[in-house]
Design a protein around this ligand. Structure first.
Ligand code: RUQ
Ligand code: CUA
Length: 657
């Protein structure tokens, strides 16, 4: 309400109304008050920074997007599993190996669950991991450069969904088969069997990927498990450090029409894995090595170039032979998320069609294991008694509970997909204490540090699956909608809606300072050991080698060297090795060639990037810088002369001649 209007209103009203207005405020003013209040809480003034970095998975975009929290501003998208034409990720010769797999070059991925590296159970801002569902892989992203440093393929696995959750000191990241696959003793990935023989042949694996101090990933061991679907995971912490928990569904072992056939059992399981014990077995050479060909792709920082290596075998542990590495915790109704509270005492599951949220107690679980309080056994894995391990059930938790995160004050927050709400409940009493509507159908939710030992419990982001009417419509396809909720008080308060790219499943956030202080601003030219780098313009050259032509090119404001090239012929394969000689923050140069069947390059200062071009037509072809780098950016251009296949035009080149 505008002050002028308010004044007229005041003069025209009887004293009694004025008094009551002064006492209670008018309804619209109250609303304005809370909207202004919400706006202020998310307002980040021009030139100021957000309090948190938020990392949201891209889902079917395959990437990881970076948002400022609380503003909801989209800061950057990190290319991970999908080619990205903007900066030639997956197109340039240096980055193509990152997308190598045993299925060949895979240009796309489905990225679900980012997880920050942790030290002592607290996100430390060194790296963020993210899984790829479709062609099972895990990526590690370096947060000093916001670039993907490594991608490892997970063998003997399909639908890598229960990934990539870290142990409290980033000893391991987890992975698991969502889709069980045929396996026999000889060959874990034995593919040719009738689907109807699912129960006989299909099995799952839970994988533990070891991470060393430099971040290098290695599949340390896999645990063979019954042919269920393994859905999500989280590591223990505090008292439960050394354990990891995986949800499973389809304990019915259906292979068709799962919506009916995998919803029959009253309870499925959480698999509790004593990873520390399993790791000891693995280190002692227990289990067996089996075929498990997989790629590990990594960036060689010396040359800024990625490389692939192939690993042929993997260690597999069989729980029917190695006692004490895994137990099944019965859990109602096809559980999806599994979340461990900051104290490490409670294990919370989200059973999609369940009417309660079961909360297991780690202490009781340990007791039950010690007392051998088992209700049965599946493939050598003891099944604990539900009643013996239960801390409590949250009643009336909303319909379709999926995921839970925690604040630093003993509260849990669970998304209810079907009833479109977030339900806040007390961990000790399991009583619901608050609920807030979300728009619409939240999947994951995220509290900064909310799955760690130390939640920075101020905000909650609800990652909603359905957007419908929240923004101006953009045709049939809409960005997903995230909502920022203030959880600092007793009652949750909705602050902001913001659109997100792809389909964010899980997300992570960390106080900005932890990451900001490590930022690389540009690459040092003197440290660039790329074999095709040029360190100065007088090193630029064009060299023919049969029908391959290598152009060693430099960029600096505001020209290419060389910018005139002749002697290229139809049928040649031209490699443009472009080095950006700039040594200043935020001065990339771009490089694009007319008609190139490839992407552009965007070369960071001090970096060398290579793109290939196979000219198919005779002519003089322009190239130019795509990034507006100075007032003379439009002058930053050049020509390549392409002659017929049989011409005898010699290679020549130059700038300014
Ligand atoms: S999963 S909500 Cu990967 Cu829950 Cu999407
Ligand atoms: Cu360089 Cu524009």
């Amino acid at each position: 309400m505008k002050p002028a209007k308010y004044k007229t209103l005041l003069w025209g009203l009887p004293v009694v109304v004025i008094l009551s207005l002064l006492m209670y405020g008018c309804p619209s003013q109250q609303q304005l008050g809370s909207t202004a209040d919400a706006a202020q809480k998310v307002y980040v003034a021009p030139g100021e920074y957000d309090e948190f970095y938020g990392f949201m998975s891209g889902g079917y975009s395959g990437q990881l997007s970076v948002y400022g929290i609380p503003s909801g501003r989209h800061l950057y998208t990190i290319p991970v599993f999908s080619q990205e034409a903007t900066n030639a990720y997956g197109y340039s010769e240096e980055s193509k190996p990152m997308l190598n797999t045993t299925h060949g070059f895979v240009p796309w991925g489905d990225s679900h669950h980012p997880e920050l590296s942790q030290t002592d159970g607290v996100p430390d801002g060194r790296w963020i991991f993210i899984n790829e569902n479709n062609t099972p892989r895990i990526a590690r992203i370096n947060l000093s450069t916001f670039t993907t440093d490594e991608i490892i393929e997970i063998p003997n696995s399909a639908g890598n969904h229960a990934s990539s959750f870290v142990t409290p000191n980033t000893e391991y990241v987890s992975a698991a088969t969502r889709f069980s696959i045929p396996m026999d003793d000889e060959n874990l990935n034995n593919e040719d069997v009738p689907i109807s023989e699912y129960k006989e042949h299909f099995k799952g694996t839970l994988s533990f990927i070891k991470v060393n101090d430099e971040g290098k990933m290695e599949v340390d061991f896999q645990i063979l498990v019954p042919g269920f679907n393994y859905d999500l995971s989280h590591s223990g912490k505090g008292p439960s450090d050394g354990w990891a928990f995986f949800t499973s569904y389809n304990s019915e072992q259906a292979h068709t029409l799962l919506e009916v056939n995998a919803s029959k059992n009253d309870k499925d399981f959480i698999a509790a894995v004593n990873w520390r014990k399993a790791a000891e077995y693995a280190a002692a050479g227990e289990g067996r090595m089996v075929k498990g060909k997989h790629y590990r792709n990594y960036v060689d920082h010396n040359t800024h170039t990625s490389k692939s290596e192939v690993i042929e075998e993997v260690r597999v542990l069989d729980p029917s032979e190695l006692e004490g590495i895994i137990y099944f915790l019965p859990t109602p109704k096809s559980p999806h998320g599994v979340d461990v509270d900051p104290s490490g005492q409670y294990i919370v599951a989200g059973g999609k069609p369940s009417t309660v949220i079961p909360v297991h107690s780690f202490e009781k679980m340990e007791q039950a294991i010690e007392n051998e309080d088992f209700e049965g056994e599946i493939d050598g894995i003891p099944v604990l008694n539900y009643d013996s391990i239960l801390h409590g059930e949250v009643e009336n938790p909303g319909l379709g509970p999926l995921h839970t995160e925690f604040d630093d004050r003993g509260n849990a927050y669970t998304t209810a997909f079907i009833s479109s709400e977030i339900v806040k409940w007390d961990l000790e009493t399991t009583q619901v204490v608050d609920r807030i509507a979300t728009y619409y159908s939240p999947g994951h939710l995220m509290i900064p540090g909310g799955d760690s030992r130390k939640p920075w419990g101020k905000y909650l982001v609800s990652l909603n699956k359905i957007t419908k009417d929240r923004y101006l419509p953009t045709g049939p396809e809409l960005f997903h909608s995230a909502q920022l909720i203030d959880i600092s008080g007793e009652k949750m308060q909705l602050l902001l809606d913001f659109p997100t790219e792809g389909e964010p499943h899980y997300a992570q956030a960390i106080p900005a300072d932890i990451v900001r202080q490590n930022q690389v601003k540009f690459y040092k030219l003197e440290d660039n050991n790329h074999p095709d780098a040029v360190k100065a313009e007088d090193e630029t050259r064009v060299v023919r080698d049969g029908n391959e032509v290598h152009v060693y090119m430099s960029t600096i404001r505001t020209h290419f060297a060389p910018d005139n090239i002749e002697g290229i012929k139809v049928g040649d394969k031209v490699y443009f090795h472009v080095t950006n000689l700039e040594q200043d923050w935020d001065i990339p140069h771009g490089f694009a060639v007319k008609g190139m069947n490839n992407s552009e390059l965007l070369v960071m200062p001090g970096e060398t990037r290579t793109i290939t071009w196979e000219p198919k037509q005779v002519g003089v072809i322009p190239f130019y810088c795509t990034d507006f780098c100075s007032a003379l950016h439009q002058e930053m251009q050049g020509y390549v002369r392409v002659s017929p296949r049989n011409s005898n035009v010699e290679i020549s080149y130059g700038t300014g001649q």
